[in-house]
Design a protein around this ligand. Structure first.
Ligand code: TUI
Length: 315
């Protein structure tokens, strides 16, 4: 069996599973592996220099014939160059995060790119639909990294009611039960980030994977609220220092302390002073395995739940 929705048709993929485009984490190797498994892999541009991202796109093209995408992190200062390069390279799918992609929509759409903005609210979702978004990803505050305020359980059905384009649920989804729950809320796909951090093909430092595997239910915290860009991370020394600065309202010092810390964790494996961005579901990620096994588990697990729910309980 397969989960077929407007999203699988829109993107020409087998399973409605989008791998989150995590900065410093979702590299070409992971993205190609997810695409080869029938979902869609997304390279996380984050703050990557344009040439480095171009090389990542070339590498992904060499590793898969299936569609893959790029996540544009809209807070990056050279975003205009990145958008042009993504168009020039013929990337087929773009997700956007951490801002309003309105300025780039006509250029991206004009190049035939499917554009799927990540939104934290109903108002932004409606605006994105009105300017031509092909689908939207509604990301709840259970997610890792930069987040909004609403939970996935509350955001998803409101988005489904507010727009006609497909809604993809994100935040808090790590297994088939989560996928089935998202479908119950009306979503036509899911975006999964944290679980893919522990894919074999994810090139982050093994010590970070180990932290995710060992994380327990209350191990993530939201830091940096005072900066206007709250970020969910697994608690460590850096997070405690930022929380202290948050209490003192020292936003500028937080920005300074945070600079370069995501790469410090993901590339160099500094699990004390690096930024361990991950979602609340870190606690549900218990092993390191091939990306294809993760995709299969998400799809097969969801189908199992949906079949079981086909029988209304009467006991
Ligand atoms: O973008 C993400 N997650 C991210 S981006 C990132 S890099 C970063 N590092 C430090 C500080 C800030 C960012 C790490 N994780 N997820 C998608 C997402 N987008 N979540 C929330 C939003 C969002 C927020 C506000 C999207 C649009 C938005 O619009 C505001 C506006 O301008 O209307």
């Amino acid at each position: 069996m397969a989960l077929r929705t407007r999203l699988t048709t829109l993107l020409g993929i087998e399973h409605p599973i989008i791998q989150g485009g995590m900065a410093w984490t979702a590299t070409a190797e992971l993205s190609a592996a997810v695409s080869n498994a029938g979902g869609i892999g997304i390279i996380g541009a984050g703050h990557m220099p344009t040439d480095v991202l171009r090389e990542q796109i070339h590498l992904a093209k060499s590793l898969t014939d299936k569609p893959f995408g790029v996540n544009l992190m809209l807070l990056t200062p050279h975003i205009d160059d990145i958008v042009q390069m993504v168009i020039d390279e013929g990337v087929k799918v773009v997700t956007t995060g951490a801002g309003n992609p309105g300025k780039y929509m006509s250029a991206l759409k004009g190049a035939g790119i499917k554009v799927i903005p990540i939104v934290p609210s109903v108002a932004l979702a409606k605006r994105m639909e009105s300017i031509g978004a092909d689908a939207i990803i509604g990301e709840g505050m259970e997610a890792g990294g930069h987040i909004g305020d609403l939970t996935t359980l509350v955001l998803t059905p409101q988005l489904v009611d507010a727009v006609s384009i497909p809604v993809i649920a994100a935040g808090g989804i790590a297994d088939g039960r989560g996928v089935a729950a998202a479908f119950a809320l009306g979503a036509e796909g899911v975006q999964v980030g944290t679980r893919f951090m522990c894919a074999d093909e994810c090139t982050i430092h093994p010590d970070v994977k180990d932290v995710v595997v060992k994380a327990k239910d209350r191990d993530t915290v939201v830091t940096g609220r005072s900066t206007g860009h709250p970020v969910r991370v697994i608690k460590n020394k850096l997070a405690r220092e930022i929380m202290e600065l948050d209490r003192e309202g020292k936003a500028e010092e937080i920005e300074a302390l945070g600079a370069g810390k995501l790469a410090l964790a993901m590339r160099h494996g500094d699990t004390a002073m690096g930024s361990l961005m991950a979602g609340q579901v870190a606690a549900m990620v218990c092993r390191i395995e091939p990306a294809a096994d993760i995709v299969a588990d998400l799809v097969n697990g969801a189908e199992e739940v949906m079949r079981a729910l086909g029988t209304v309980p009467v006991a």
